[in-house]
Write a protein that binds this ligand. Sequence first.
Ligand SMILES: C[S@@+](CC[C@H](N)C(=O)[O-])C[C@H]1O[C@@H](n2cnc3c(N)ncnc32)[C@H](O)[C@@H]1O
Length: 223
Amino acid sequence: MSPIRKDVTIGDCRLILGDCLDILPLLGKVDAVVTDPPYGIGFAAQPTKWQRRAGSEARNWDDAIVERLPDLLSRGRIQAVWGGNYYALPPSRGWMSWYKPDAPPSMASIELCWTNLDRNARQISHSIGATNAERVGHPTQKPVAVMRWQLDQLPDARTILDPFMGSGTTGVACVKLGRKFIGIEIDEGYFDIACKRVADAVARPDLFIEAAKMPAPKQEPLL
Ligand SMILES: C[S@@+](CC[C@H](N)C(=O)[O-])C[C@H]1O[C@@H](n2cnc3c(N)ncnc32)[C@H](O)[C@@H]1O
């Protein structure tokens, strides 16, 4: 039986419902694996009061790290892992980080992303509060602005794979930057949310992407 429970194409994005450990051997290579896997800290098992009011229930997907992460990463020439500090990954210069200037004391004020890139580390400062307006009910949803910033750092990655797609934030950022995206998610509720977010992003492309698709203006001879 196929491990692919649903396979949805929206614009240049392919969204797959199922276990990425079973599905990835069926897929080809990509330019970059950019992902945010479980951190093994049980975060999803303890929804906050606000998350419970928004409908979140306790889940166990964050209770353990992914033992086969290196296999998954080998699908991409470029590799980037949020929460890479929870994994035994090789030493690297090219870490990226998201600084949350308004994080409350109960929350980490920095999130770290390991990459396999041999270049200077980079950081974005982005308000956690500003993300509230885009929340869709995933307990560890990343801000679109942070993922856009990250993809901007990877200009030659045309096809991006996120095997732990959650609510689809990486996919939304790909749509906004005109990149191809493949996302995999194991939880059907989160998968449906991701499909809706990506479809909304495709339906409302940013103006500069539309402009990029328009034919270049004709050059008139100067004489
Ligand atoms: C940290 S969250 C990703 C959140 C995402 N960055 C966002 O902005 O919504 C990790 C996701 O991986 C999913 N997941 C866990 N194990 C998986 C597996 N084996 N295959 C596919 N998805 C999995 C979880 O259901 C969860 O939604």
